[in-house]
Design a protein around this ligand. Structure first.
Ligand code: NAD
Ligand code: DAU
Length: 345
C-alpha cells in the first residue's frame, strides 16, 4: 500500500488529482494536507470521504510548519509527497509577493527537509511552464532549458525547483518535477482567466482582456494533467523533470471566442483593459518527453475550454458563493480602477 501526502489537495488541481488517484490506484491511500487559504475549499473534496472511506484522510495544516508536517508524515506512515501547495495567481503575486516566497519557497524547503529526515521519501514537485519565462518566436521549452522566471509567482516556483533538484544532487532524495501548462476544468477558483471570463459572461459582466489579447497559452484539461502526474509517479525517472501540456497554444482572444460561442454570449462583452505588469506573452512547451513515457492528452485546448464552460454553466452553486465573498474585494482591487487599453496607449 502506498501512503501519499497530497499537499494543497483542497485546491483546483489537487482535488482533481485526489479523485484521480483514488479512482485509478486501489493500492493508494491519500492524505490531503492543506492550509485552506482563500483558494483551498473543503467543498472541492465533497463526496470523496463517502466514496473512498478510510483510503482518504484530511489534515488542515501549513507546509511551512515543520512540526505539523512531521507529525502528519509519522501519523500516516507517509512514503510519498506530492506537493501542489502554493500561492498560484500571478496578479496576486504582483500585488503582494510575500505569501509566495513563504509558501512556494520556504514551504517547499520544509517539505524537502521532512522528506530527507523521515526516511528519504519519494518527492514529486508540481511546477509550472512559467519557470522558463517568456518564450520567443517558434521555440518550445525543453526540460533542461535555463529557468528565466519574470513574475514574483514564477520566481518563487523556479526557486522551489532549484531546491528540489539540489536535494536530489546533494542528499540523493528521490525526486521528480512536472512543469504544467495552464490547467482548466472543474473547481478552478474564478480569479484565473478561463473561469473568470466564463462566470463574468454568465453574470452579464464584461470580460477584461489584458492588453491586445495576443498573449499565447496552452490551455490543458486538468484531468489530462492529473493522469500525467500519476504516470510520472509510477514510471518517471528519478531526478528528472517533465513538461506537461497539449503542445499547442492559442491567443487569449481565440480562447475568449471559443468560450463565448459555447455559452452563446455576444462578443460585445470583450473589453480590452490595461495590461498586466511584466506580462509574459508566450509559454510553449515541448512535451515529447512525457509522450515518450506513454501519456497523451485526451482533450485539445478547444475541447478543454468548451468542457470547462459547460461545467461552470451547470455548477453555479459552486462558484456563486465564491464570487459573492472575498472575491468581490479582490476583483475591485485588480479591476476596479483599471484603465481601458486605449487609455494606456
Ligand atoms: P490553487 O490556488 O487552486 O490551490 C492551492 C492550494 O494550496 C489550496 O488548496 C491552498 O489552500 C493550498 N495552500 C496554499 N498555501 C498553503 C500552505 N502554506 N500550506 C498548505 N496548503 C497551502 O492552485 P492550483 O491551480 O490547483 O495549483 C496547484 C499547483 O499546481 C501549484 O503548485 C501551482 O503552482 C501548480 N500549477 C498550476 C497550474 C494552473 O494552471 N493552475 C499550472 C501549472 C502548475
Ligand atoms: O502556465 C501555468 C500557470 O497558469 C500556472 O502556473 C499559474 O498558477 C496559473 O495561474 C496560470 O498563470 P497565467 O498567468 O498564465 O494564468 P491566468 O489565468 O492568470 O492568465 C492567463 C492569460 O490570460 C494571461 O495571458 C493573462 C490573461 N488574462 C488574465 C486575467 C486574470 C487576461 O487577459 N485577463 C484577466 O483578467
Amino acid at each position: 500500500m502506498q501512503n501519499i501526502l497530497v499537499t494543497g489537495g483542497a485546491g483546483f488541481i489537487g482535488c482533481n488529482f485526489v479523485r484521480h488517484i483514488l479512482q485509478h490506484d486501489s493500492a493508494a491511500n491519500v492524505i490531503v494536507y492543506d492550509k485552506l487559504t482563500y483558494a483551498g475549499r473543503l467543498e472541492n473534496l465533497a463526496g470523496v470521504s463517502e466514496r473512498f472511506g478510510p483510503r482518504y484522510n484530511f489534515v488542515r495544516g501549513d507546509i511551512c510548519d515543520t512540526a505539523s508536517v512531521e507529525r502528519t508524515i509519522a501519523e500516516f506512515n507517509i512514503d510519498t509527497i506530492v506537493n501542489f501547495a502554493a500561492e498560484t495567481h500571478v496578479d496576486r503575486s504582483i500585488l503582494d509577493p510575500d505569501a509566495f516566497v513563504q509558501t512556494d519557497v520556504l514551504g517547499t524547503y520544509v517539505l524537502l527537509e521532512a522528506a530527507r529526515n523521515m526516511g528519504n521519501l519519494r518527492f514529486h514537485q508540481i511546477s509550472t511552464d512559467e519557470v522558463y519565462g517568456h518564450i520567443e518566436g517558434r521555440r518550445r521549452s525543453v526540460e533542461n532549458d535555463a529557468l528565466l522566471p519574470r513574475s514574483p509567482y514564477s520566481a518563487s516556483k523556479a526557486s522551489a525547483d532549484l531546491f528540489v533538484n539540489a536535494y536530489h544532487t546533494t542528499y540523493d532524495l528521490p525526486v521528480t518535477i512536472s512543469r504544467g501548462a495552464n490547467n482548466i476544468g472543474p473547481f478552478q477558483y474564478p480569479e484565473k482567466v478561463v473561469p473568470l471570463f466564463i462566470t463574468n459572461a454568465l453574470s452579464a459582466m464584461s470580460l477584461p482582456v489584458f492588453g491586445d489579447g495576443q498573449q499565447m497559452r496552452d490551455y490543458q484539461y486538468v484531468a489530462d494533467h492529473c493522469a500525467a502526474i500519476h504516470l510520472i509517479l509510477k514510471q518517471g525517472s528519478i531526478g528528472e523533470s517533465y513538461n506537461i501540456g497539449t503542445g499547442s497554444e492559442m491567443t487569449n482572444l481565440e480562447m475568449v471566442e471559443i468560450l463565448l460561442e459555447e455559452l452563446d454570449k455576444p462578443r460585445s462583452l470583450i473589453l480590452h483593459v490595461e495590461d498586466r505588469q511584466g506580462h509574459d506573452r508566450r509559454y510553449s512547451l515541448d512535451v515529447s518527453k512525457m509522450l515518450a513515457l506513454g501519456w497523451e492528452p485526451d482533450f485539445t485546448p478547444e475541447e478543454a475550454i468548451r468542457a470547462t464552460a459547460r461545467w461552470y454553466r451547470d455548477n453555479r452553486s459552486w462558484w456563486q458563493p465564491i464570487r459573492d465573498g472575498e472575491f468581490k474585494d479582490y476583483y475591485q482591487t485588480v479591476y476596479g480602477a483599471r484603465k481601458t487599453y486605449n487609455e494606456t496607449r
